[in-house]
Design a protein around this ligand. Structure first.
Ligand SMILES: [Zn+2]
Length: 457
């Protein structure tokens, strides 16, 4: 760390946080000033100061404020910190002039205070930039470090790496360090979503994935998180196109009770689902679908699941219980006699199975086409069956059945049943693996992770 990294800028007024250096930056992107100048040698810094002063009072100043675009000059504060400052004049329209101090709304000022500006962070940023530059569109648009990016409401940010053309739109790549905490993550998520800029979190790969900060990323992204490291960079150079390493939690084998385990592979952009600008990149099929495929591929389990569904269809508690217990023997889990009220359970799960496969799996006169009526009457209203509401909600979310879930009559009952169940572990989590085999949709959201058992390789 150099002496310029220490602490906040403290001097006789606000300094200019972002600047244009029009000597080199042909696209005129403003960059984070302190980050930019701290890398300059003494000779370069002196040269910069001369150029700034020489051109400052001309019609074409080479150094300009990133916000108001007026000329700025470089100087050193009493504590030895390099910074930029406006020339004398009226700067009431600039966020970095004293008069409008309250409008300072940087969402990531913490990035520039202290250790976060570490060598590791810098080298990861460089890796990412080089990898992105292998994409012709991004290369053409330019790949920038710490580009000043602002919203109309006054908020602004300096993405670690930015390009205006990644997979068809602007994208910010933020380095996820072990010290990046939830408030920062949430703030950046919200900022880039509002800006319509895709955000991809990148971590360095060698950290423990069980750290809270990484969980805060991948537990909201189907157990997936992207990283760059030296091997990824070499693979990208060899392929002549971008590469990332994807770490993902995936269900292990049936014999292992489908316990989640980390896997990692190097992937190219074409393998990744980029979705809309406000969704996180991830790889299909998702965790739930992978679990379903493992069940399908296992002859015993898939025929037991068929048998269980057949028993539901005629509401045969004994037959359903027998299939359930055989599954529990194979993958581990709670026995049927521990499930409350078998009579209600076969009917609740019959409704759930009907939603899942789009075919009636319960004796009823209600048509399969009238799912709201079916789930309201058979699953969500009878008191003894309300415990399966959590499973129903996860199933709908995983299958993308938002319309069914958001139907006012359905939503209202889900909310009521949810408030009745406050403080209780949902039955679909208690019956865990056996239930996941029968209804894989929602399995990822049911996971209780004990990381001591499955660290990243
Ligand atoms: Zn200004």
């Amino acid at each position: 760390m150099t002496r310029f990294d220490r602490g906040k800028i403290k001097n006789d007024g606000l300094t200019v946080e972002a600047i244009f250096d029009l000597r080199t930056n042909l696209n005129a992107n403003a960059v984070h000033a302190a980050t930019y100048i701290q890398t300059l040698s003494e000779a370069e810094w002196t040269e910069l100061r001369v150029e700034a002063t020489r051109t400052g009072n001309t019609a074409n100043p080479l150094f300009r404020c990133g916000d108001c675009r007026k000329a700025v000059y470089g100087r050193v504060s009493a504590n030895g910190r390099r910074h930029f400052y406006h020339f004398k004049g009226d700067h009431s329209d600039c966020r970095w002039s004293g008069a409008v101090a309250e409008s300072m709304r940087s969402i990531d000022a913490e990035k520039f205070h202290g250790q976060q500006e570490g060598e590791r962070h810098k080298s990861l940023s460089r890796f990412v930039a080089e990898i992105l530059s292998l994409d012709p569109a991004s290369e053409k648009a330019g790949v920038f470090f710490r580009r000043y990016t602002k919203l109309e409401d006054g908020q602004y940010a300096y993405p670690d790496v930015f390009t205006s053309d990644w997979q068809g739109g602007p994208a910010a790549f933020e380095i996820q360090l072990a010290t990046t905490h939830m408030p920062v993550i949430a703030r950046r998520d919200a900022f880039y979503e509002k800006a319509g800029i895709r955000l991809m979190w990148i971590f360095g790969g060698s950290d423990d994935l069980d750290r809270r900060t990484f969980r805060d990323i991948y537990m909201r992204n189907d157990g997936q998180i992207f990283c760059v490291d030296g091997d990824v960079l070499r693979a990208a150079r060899a392929a002549g196109e971008p590469r990332f390493r994807l770490y993902r939690l995936l269900p292990s084998s049936a014999a292992n009770g489908f316990k989640p385990a980390w896997q990692n592979t190097i992937v190219g952009p074409a393998e990744i689902s980029w979705g809309s600008s406000n969704s996180r990149p991830f790889i299909q099929p998702n965790y739930d679908r992978c679990l379903d495929q493992l069940v399908e591929a296992d002859r015993s389990l898939s025929s037991l699941r068929d048998e269980f569904y057949a028993a539901l269809t005629i509401a045969d508690e004994g037959r359903a219980g027998a299939a359930w217990d055989k599954i529990a023997t194979l993958v581990g889990g709670v026995n049927w006699n521990e499930v409350p009220s078998p009579r209600d359970t076969v009917r609740a799960l019959g409704a759930l199975a009907s939603v899942r496969i789009g075919r009636l799996c319960i004796p009823t006169d209600i048509e399969i086409t009238n799912l709201p009526h079916l789930v309201n009457t058979i699953l969500l209203e009878p008191r003894e069956r309300r415990i399966w509401t959590h499973a129903f909600e996860l199933l709908c979310k995983s299958l993308g059945l938002r319309q069914l879930l958001e139907r006012p009559s359905v939503r209202g009952k889900c909310d009521r049943n949810g408030s009745e169940a406050v403080g209780k572990i949902p039955i679909d989590r208690l019956t865990a693996t056996t239930f996941d085999v029968l209804f894989p949709e929602g399995a990822f959201r049911r996971l209780s992770l004990d990381f001591s058992e499955h660290r990243a390789e």
